[in-house]
Design a protein. Structure first.
Length: 292
């Protein structure tokens, strides 16, 4: 669904917009099914290795991963977009409801930027996982190369389950994207140098499956630990006008929509998998964060 002109204005004024109901359950269910299949397979493998005792097979999507993580920190190994490379996730990267909204912000020639994740943010005290303790204040411009500073990369942050303050929802600083890039430091995870943090009241972006938050590369955002008993599942995907620098030359981007050259849209799942496999097996280019 295209964004309304009011939503587009909000994005440009505030540096983000929370757009409700962009996606239907039909859009995200195949991705959830793919994640559930992955988790079930990992759980069975870990049970065979006697690393977990209870498969928790009856637990719902927003609880099972946490219950398994409590038993083994290995449950989430290999569970990100570029590692799983599932066909449903590949299809979702080209989802027309999502891209209609993205087109409102980047125009009709759209490339999928390779900086993308699926995050199972589990309860913070259920064991160690890379996302469970939150993410410090940063701008997404800091996870890209400096060369991408002029690229209109839009982050699409979308929950696959309820995302509330109690479950470690996202926070953003409204209205400060116009400041441009703020220097980041490595210490504490890629984060804005504390002295440079704008003194702005954060907005808590509570949202649910179907909603999408669009965030500019210059909008400071963070997320808190998850003190609840539920996983806060989300995806963060990035899109940009085709031809602009991706800021991550080590990893493959691809065209997802084109009015001018529809033949350039990548629709073949195996080709996408091969691009990632090649990037991992024959490393070249840059995949590091910018901390200067
Ligand atoms: O999902 C989160 O908790 C943080 C996401 C984030 O920082 C990002 O997408 O850049």
């Amino acid at each position: 669904m295209a964004l309304t002109s009011a939503q587009i204005d909000t994005y440009h004024q505030q540096g983000f917009v929370l757009a409700k109901g962009i996606l239907t359950p039909v859009d995200t269910q195949p991705v959830i099914d793919e994640l559930e299949t992955f988790i079930d397979r990992r759980a069975n493998e870990l049970q065979a290795e006697e690393k977990i005792a209870n498969l928790c097979a009856e637990a719902p999507f927003d609880q099972r991963y946490g219950l398994l993580l409590k038993q083994s920190s290995e449950i989430g190994q290999g569970m990100d977009i570029m590692q799983m490379r599932g066909p449903a996730t590949f299809d979702f990267l080209r989802n027309s409801n999502l891209l209609d909204a993205v087109e409102s912000l980047v125009g009709p020639e759209i490339t999928c930027n390779p900086i993308q994740h699926v995050r199972a943010k589990p309860p913070s005290n259920f064991g160690h996982s890379s996302w469970s303790h939150g993410v410090p204040w940063h701008q997404d411009a800091a996870v890209m190369m400096k060369e991408a500073e002029g690229s209109n990369v839009i982050t699409c942050w979308l929950p696959l389950s309820l995302s509330t303050i109690e479950r470690g929802s996202l926070q953003v600083l409204p209205g400060v994207s116009k400041l441009g890039y703020l220097t980041h430091q490595k210490e504490g995870g890629t984060m804005i140098v504390p002295d440079l943090m704008p003194e702005t009241e954060p907005a808590h972006l509570e949202c649910d499956r179907g909603d999408v938050v669009f965030i500019s590369r210059y909008t400071p955002h963070c997320s808190l630990p998850n003190p609840s008993d539920y996983c806060r599942w989300s995806m963060d995907l990035r899109y940009q006008p085709t031809g602009q620098h991706t800021g991550r030359t080590a990893h493959p981007d691809f065209v997802v929509r084109s009015a001018a050259h529809p033949e350039e849209v990548l629709t073949d799942h195996q080709t996408w998998c091969d691009l990632w496999i090649d990037a991992f097996e024959n490393p070249r280019g840059v995949a590091t964060h910018r901390t200067n």
